[in-house]
Design a protein around this ligand. Structure first.
Ligand code: C2E
Ligand code: CA
Ligand code: CA
Length: 600
């Protein structure tokens, strides 16, 4: 492994100084030679000047040389010194010039891996032995002692360099660690500002890593990280630097790469790895942006990738720069709105509830979708304020709707993984309900199962605490790419929301329809009331009705809109008889749950 300290500026400076010093030292030896050796002196002076000029050139522009060019720099040093030692007319001069070989030894162990450096050292020692051997006056002792000096220097320098490098290396994967990443990013930012080239940064998260540790133990987790590190490094384009950013997160610095090219490179890497799912967030550096801001945007993009169901890459929107600032201002100003979408019981088509969905009308950008501002809120510590604000407004709006529609409603609100992980979340929710006057048994908190890492204990505690106060829990977006079947067993929940992408195929795919029936049956057996999302057509509605789905929601029954826009009940109730147990159960529980006198 190439030592971490072997950065282009350091290699250029070291080699440059050694060549200049070697040139001057050889010049001093040459001009001091006795007169009879005039020709040799001229050649030696020539070599000395050449060395000095090489040193000056390296100091000037050596940092632009690729790493492998330094093999030539070291070999060139060996060749020049061997020639110079042979040319030296006196044994004293030969020994003095041979001592300069220590420079070669230091360079080799500073620039290259131990094995490669040893090969350079061996070549140099052979050259030195041959060259000194041409001087009959020098005995074997002189050759051995000169070799020993070089060997001793190598033995000391090699481990020192590796020790210095290990401070910025991750011992498990061999990749640069967080410190190595910071140094590399700083150097890349400096290069980008000097050359005006693009620079991109990507964060890569190992999906469901906690589950690997939980099920296979830490050894399995470590082995996976090692495999992924090697596979990712091999799949990235030349010039990209993969680092371990912490835990199960990697960072990739992509110099001279635009965001779009970086996204492509990351997608090639991600899709080439079949052993395990990865989520990636990519951001391109802006002129005046700090490394921390670039990292923050890559983190927002990564969160967006996770929120989109994991196993995908997301690009940071250029405008998200100030999105978090604007969002904080909007939350402070109370200008986040809530839209309500009716939840309808089948087969009666009676409205039994509403889902509250956050809405943000940006003063300049227009409508910003929650898929953009929710991840931004999560990555910038705004999610708690946003969630609290949405919940309060949702309660107020739902109270208005109950009054207007004359029926008791269930209110569902979305909570993010980060909100649930906050130990104070349940008490905040309860305080808000008390303040707004919304009964806890009429609240459902929707959680996206994929956003709860493994068996994340704080989140599970929160769910259990919410339920102990009568608040129901819904597993949202079930049926998207990464829904874990086994989690149905471990998550404390009351409702199961089938994702729109799943529902959209039930009319065209008999297998999907069969899966739907099986899921409805499973929900029934596990005591989970199923809510099918994204119903857009009557064909879907009819299939769901006949399959016995108890609750539905979608554009067919009403698009999300502000409470004030719902002046009348969105569907005309007709009252066909329930066809399945789940429907009958849902109908009975919604009717029974209406406390006498609570009807507005
Ligand atoms: P979700 O919880 O799955 O919400 C349903 C999304 O599907 C909503 O998008 C809704 O407008 C849309 N939708 C509903 N019916 C239909 C349909 O028939 N067809 C189609 N094509 N779409 C339909 P929206 O409002 O953009 O919300 C997107 C996601 O943002 C939500 O997905 C939810 O995960 C998140 N979100 C929204 N509000 C909040 C919030 O207050 N807090 C948190 N943490 N997340 C939120
Ligand atoms: Ca939802
Ligand atoms: Ca959903």
């Amino acid at each position: 492994m190439v030592p971490e300290v072997a950065t282009p500026p350091l290699m250029a400076r070291t080699a440059g100084v050694f060549y200049c010093a070697g040139g001057l030292a050889a010049l001093a030896v040459a001009v001091d030679l006795p007169r009879p050796f005039a020709t040799t002196t001229t050649v030696l002076v020539g070599l000395a000047v050449l060395s000095f000029l090489t040193g000056a050139l390296l100091l000037w522009c050596g940092r632009r040389l690729p790493h492998h060019a330094y093999h030539a720099v070291v070999v060139y040093g060996t060749v020049v010194l061997t020639a110079a030692v042979i040319l030296c007319p006196t044994p004293g001069a030969a020994l003095t010039v041979a001592s300069l070989n220590t420079f070669v030894a230091i360079d080799a162990f500073l620039f290259f891996s131990s094995r490669t450096a040893s090969l350079h050292l061996l070549a140099m020692l052979c050259g030195q032995a041959v060259a000194l051997g041409t001087h009959d006056e020098l005995g074997t002792g002189a050759v051995v002692s000169a070799s020993l000096v070089c060997l001793a220097v190598s033995v000391v320098v090699g481990p020192l360099v590796r020790r210095a490098s290990s401070a910025s290396r991750d011992s498990l994967t061999g990749l640069p660690n967080r410190r190595g990443f910071d140094d590399a990013l700083e150097a890349a930012l400096a290069t980008a500002s000097r050359t005006s080239e693009a620079l991109s940064l990507a964060l890569v998260d190992v999906d469901r890593f906690k589950a690997v540790n939980d099920h296979g133990g830490h050894a399995a987790g470590d082995a996976l990280l090692q495999t992924l590190a090697a596979r990712c490094a091999a799949a990235l384009p030349p010039g990209a630097l993969l680092t371990r950013h912490g835990g199960d997160e990697f960072a990739v610095i992509l110099p001279a790469t635009t965001a779009v090219a970086a996204l492509q490179a990351l997608e090639v890497m991600r899709t080439s790895i079949t052993e395990h799912g990865l989520s990636c967030g990519v951001a391109q550096h802006h002129n005046t942006e700090s490394g921390a801001d670039l990292l923050r945007r890559a983190d927002i993009a990564l969160y967006a990738a996770k929120a989109a169901g994991r196993g995908c890459s997301r690009l940071s929107a250029t405008q998200t720069d100030h999105l978090a600032d604007d969002l904080a201002a909007a939350i402070n100003a109370g200008s986040i709105d809530v839209a309500f979408q009716p939840i309808v019981a089948l087969p009666s088509r009676r409205v039994v509830g509403v889902e509250a969905l956050a809405r943000w009308e940006h003063p300049r950008r227009g409508t910003v979708p929650p898929s953009e501002f929710v991840p931004a809120a999560e990555a910038n510590g705004l999610i708690h304020d946003l969630g609290a604000m949405v919940l309060a407004q949702a309660c107020q709006g739902a109270l208005d709707l109950q009054r207007a529609w004359g029926t008791r409603l269930l209110l569902t609100v979305n909570a993010s993984g980060r909100e649930l992980a906050d130990p104070g979340y349940a008490s905040t929710v309860l305080a808000t309900l008390l303040h707004e006057g919304w009964p806890a048994p009429q609240l459902v908190v929707e959680i996206t199962e994929s956003l709860i890492e493994g068996a994340s204990t704080p989140a599970l505690h929160t769910l259990t605490e919410l339920r102990s106060h009568g608040i129901a829990v819904a597993i949202d977006d079930f049926g998207t790419g990464y829904s874990a079947f086994s989690r149905l067993d471990t998550l404390p929940a009351d409702y199961l929301k089938l994702d729109r992408s799943f529902i959209s195929t039930i009319t065209t795919s008999p297998r999907r329809l069969a899966m739907l029936r099986a899921l409805l049956d499973l929900g029934d057996r596990l005591g989970l009331t199923v809510i099918a999302e994204g119903i857009e057509t009557t064909a879907q509605a009819e299939l769901l009705t006949s399959a016995g789905c108890p609750l539905v929601q979608g554009y067919l029954y009403g698009r999300p809109g502000p409470a004030a826009s719902w002046t009348t009940v969105p569907t005309t109730p007709s009252a066909p008889q329930p066809r399945t147990h789940a429907q009958a159960h849902a109908q009975a529980s919604f009717q029974a749950a209406v406390p006498p006198g609570r009807h507005p």
